[in-house]
Ligand binder design. Structure first.
Ligand code: SIN
Length: 482
């Protein structure tokens, strides 16, 4: 796909708006400017509401069957263009092309999943007595505001939109200012597949704050769904609370990764590397704190370093690249600062990859904290927060109880992982670890059929699965006297 053939602006009220001031999009690996996109304004938002209201009516007229078929047609159009889409993701986001192909397949899975769910969003007739019909039905919440992140510019777009459309909601979506091109291309394929134009309003802007202020204040927007940082999620939530908007917030994670002495150590290393290097560590469910039982820590660390030493970092467009650049220079500097701080606070640097030519490359790094009593590293871990990069920070523990305290020592609660072959311990992990998702002897936990989401400062609401559809619906009860 030629980037200069894309409509480089917003899609509002059934048309592309590509004139006016713009902002630059960079290739994260080379730093080259690959496009300038026009930004939208307040008057565009007002037009978007009028069109989105029409979209609600069109989606309602389609009924679940029509919406299901329209979603399938969109999935087919994406599948037919999947290689172009994957290349575009790599170009503007930086991830290795193999991962972009994986992201395309993953996002299409959500669209197909919600195409199926659209026609299975069953209500109930409650058989209470013979004189009334107690009907319980699911209705679309209305217009949805959606803010999608740069780390999965297609999959998060597909995950939110397909659920909203399946439920019958029209959407006003702002993609990250780092990765608007993917959203533009995917919207174009949505329209080409015959999807009703009023159902989608795509707002391109680098003024995220103004969009956030508007979307939380605008009374016609019934629900807001956001994937991004806890900091921004809190700000949106506080602003939207006064309007009683429905919210789904998929925020930061701080995933603990527990390795017990009875684990298959090779499998644990492979699982860790897979999770941690996916998208160069820029994933909400990426392992953040590696917590290994003392008796196997030497073996574990040595195998981990051997595995990392053969990874190849470079340009995402190169078929052999396994780790791409970070999204921008700011991300590199933030991690650099945290690594220096960790070392100054007593962490040992066990391994660091050589730097590549890219300004935005952060080398794979392994740090180990000295063995310590539970709680002594808390301040350091808190100040680092989410690494969001290829940094492996290892801590050790002696007893299971200690490991559980360490795992729960976080304000976040998105994902957790544990490697063990003790089935009773697995039950204890499930009942003790406080996160929305848990992987046992597995780190590739996401897929369209299961509920994705967290607790505590990782937010609320679920995406994917049948729960994902409920997040875009409200329950209506009608009592009909018969
Ligand atoms: C995310 O990092 O926000 C999404 C990751 C996933 O869906 O697996």
């Amino acid at each position: 796909m030629k980037i200069d053939k894309l409509p480089l602006g917003s899609f509002i009220a059934g048309g592309w708006r590509t004139s006016g001031d713009g902002f630059a999009i960079q290739d994260p690996y080379s730093g080259e400017i690959i496009a300038n996109v026009s930004r939208c304004f307040q008057s565009d938002y007002e037009d978007a509401i009028v069109s989105a209201n029409r979209g609600l009516k069109v989606l309602d007229a389609l009924a679940p069957k029509g919406r299901s078929e329209a979603l399938l047609a969109w999935a087919d159009a994406l599948e037919a263009n999947s290689e172009d889409l994957a290349r575009l993701i790599t170009k503007e986001q930086g991830k290795p092309i193999k991962e972009s192909r994986g992201e395309v397949a993953y996002g299409i899975d959500y669209i197909r999943w919600f195409s199926g769910e659209a026609i299975r969003h069953y209500g109930q007739i409650v058989p209470l007595d013979n004189h009334h019909q107690h009907r319980v039905e699911h209705r679309p919440v209305g217009i949805v505001g959606a803010i999608t992140p740069w780390n999965f510019p297609f999959a998060m777009f597909a995950r939110k939109l397909s659920a909203a459309f399946a439920a019958g909601c029209s959407v006003i979506l702002k993609p990250s200012e780092e990765t608007p091109l993917t959203a533009i291309a995917v919207t174009q394929w949505l329209l080409e597949s015959g999807f009703p134009a009023d159902a989608i309003q795509l707002c391109i802007t680098d003024d995220a704050e103004s969009f956030g202020e508007w979307v939380t204040r605008e009374p016609a927007i019934a629900k807001l769904t956001f994937t991004g940082s806890t900091h921004v999620g809190r700000w949106l939530n506080e602003r939207a609370a006064g309007q009683f908007k429905r919210m789904s917030l998929e925020l930061g994670g701080d995933a603990p990764f527990l390795v017990f002495s009875d684990a298959d150590i090779d499998a644990a290393v492979a699982g860790l590397v897979g999770s941690k290097l996916r998208n160069a560590g820029q994933t909400c469910i990426s392992v953040n704190r590696i917590i290994v039982q003392q008796s196997v820590s030497e073996e574990f660390v040595s195998k981990l370093i051997s595995e990392l030493a053969i990874k190849s970092s470079g340009s995402g467009s190169d078929e052999t690249t396994e780790v791409g650049p970070l999204i921008n220079r700011k991300a590199v500097l933030r991690i650099e600062q945290h690594v220096n701080h960790a070392i100054a606070s007593g962490a040992e640097l066990l391994f660091q990859e050589e730097r590549t030519a890219s300004n935005n490359h952060y080398p794979i790094t392994v740090l180990q904290l000295p063995p310590n009593n539970v709680g002594q590293h808390e301040a350091l871990l808190k100040s680092v927060g989410e690494w969001f990069g290829p940094v492996f920070m290892i801590q050790t523990f002696e007893t299971e109880a200690e490991s559980f305290v360490m795992a729960n020592q976080s304000q976040h609660g998105l994902a957790a992982y544990a490697f063990t072959n003790d089935y009773q311990r697995i039950e204890r992990i499930r009942s003790t670890i406080q996160t929305g998702m848990i992987g046992i002897n597995e780190t590739a936990i996401s897929n369209a059929a299961v509920p994705f989401g967290g607790i505590k400062c990782s937010g609320f609401g679920r995406e994917g699965s049948s729960e994902g559809l409920k997040d875009y619906s409200y329950t209506q009860y009608t009592n009909v006297r018969v």
